[in-house]
Design a protein around this ligand. Structure first.
Ligand SMILES: [Zn+2]
Length: 293
């Protein structure tokens, strides 16, 4: 989110020494350091991605962000999705490679001013999905103190709606109205998407993931499994992160396996769903958001 992802930042640094080197870049609490397309691996064939949050019925398209080839999906509402559940501004995508500079405001990860997140529900948005979203707000508020406030006239806010069967969010604060699609009534999914909205990337896409998980080469360079070489890793790799996907079948193998030993692991959202409940942010997720805000 675990953004390309030009947008992602996440997670931490276990060592104080490392943190120190980043201090200068972290001084402005509103703006996270830019992650450039150069930091990303080029997507290969995202059509093989297995992502519980992805609407696999949406076709994949080819385009470019800067000089880098990407594949993306377009939702019924016209939102561009790069990684199954990561929305990006449509103007970032071009049909031909471009060497133009991207605006820093587009490429950085921004945080919500004063840790206040305004939201509004689209007209006719179903009650059960509203409740899932509000539950997710309550949990993030409980653990991080971030305030979720129903919008009245604020210019900058999340518009919560249902875009087909997709669940997705932009990463971090965008400015203006930013869409968040929630189509799954399990609050764990809403907590995950709000994690993106607060600025988190996927746990399995952090820079050090290759020391913790084996990623099938067939998907390692695809949208949901790209590795961000300069992510901010605020904690050690967290198997309980709500931003971590689980292993899923991939041909005769798996998309990801836990190292050492190559054992499959389960996504916390799907685990708790199977228990008739829903996942919560892990202690590392909470630490990361509290650190960021
Ligand atoms: Zn996600």
């Amino acid at each position: 989110m675990k953004k390309i992802a030009l947008f992602m930042v996440l997670i931490l640094v276990a060592l104080q020494a490392c943190k120190k080197t980043e201090t200068s870049e972290m001084e402005n609490p509103e703006l996270r350091p830019e992650l450039t397309a150069e930091a990303l691996e080029i997507p290969d064939d995202p059509t093989h991605c297995h992502n519980a949050l992805t609407d696999t019925n949406l076709p994949w398209n080819n385009g470019f962000i800067g000089s880098f080839a990407v594949r993306y999906q377009v939702t019924p509402a016209g939102t561009i999705l790069l990684e199954g559940d990561i929305a990006v501004p449509a103007e970032l995508i071009t049909n031909t490679p471009s060497t133009e500079e991207r605006g820093a405001s587009k490429a950085g990860v921004y945080l919500w001013p004063q840790a206040r997140v305004y939201y509004s529900f689209a007209t006719g948005y179903p009650t059960n999905l509203r409740n899932a979203f509000l539950t997710a707000c309550q949990k993030w508020n409980l653990y991080t103190g971030i305030q979720f406030i129903q919008r009245t006239t604020q210019a900058n806010y999340i518009r919560v709606f249902k875009d087909g069967n997709s669940n997705y969010s932009y990463v971090g604060y965008q400015g203006g109205m930013q869409n968040l699609s929630l189509a799954d009534s399990n609050p764990g999914v809403a907590i995950h998407e709000l994690g993106h909205a607060l600025g988190l990337i996927h746990e399995h896409q952090r820079s050090d993931r290759n020391t913790k998980i084996w990623v099938n080469p067939g998907v390692a360079n695809t949208g949901n499994f790209l590795r961000y070489t300069n992510s901010y890793n605020y904690t050690t790799f967290d198997w309980n992160s709500i931003m971590l996907y689980g292993s899923s079948p991939y041909g005769s193998s798996w998309t990801m396996l836990k190292l050492p030993g190559n054992t499959p692991f389960t996504n916390t959202i799907e685990y708790w769903r199977s228990q008739g409940s829903y996942a919560l942010p892990s202690s590392s997720d909470i630490y990361a958001v509290n650190y960021m805000y």
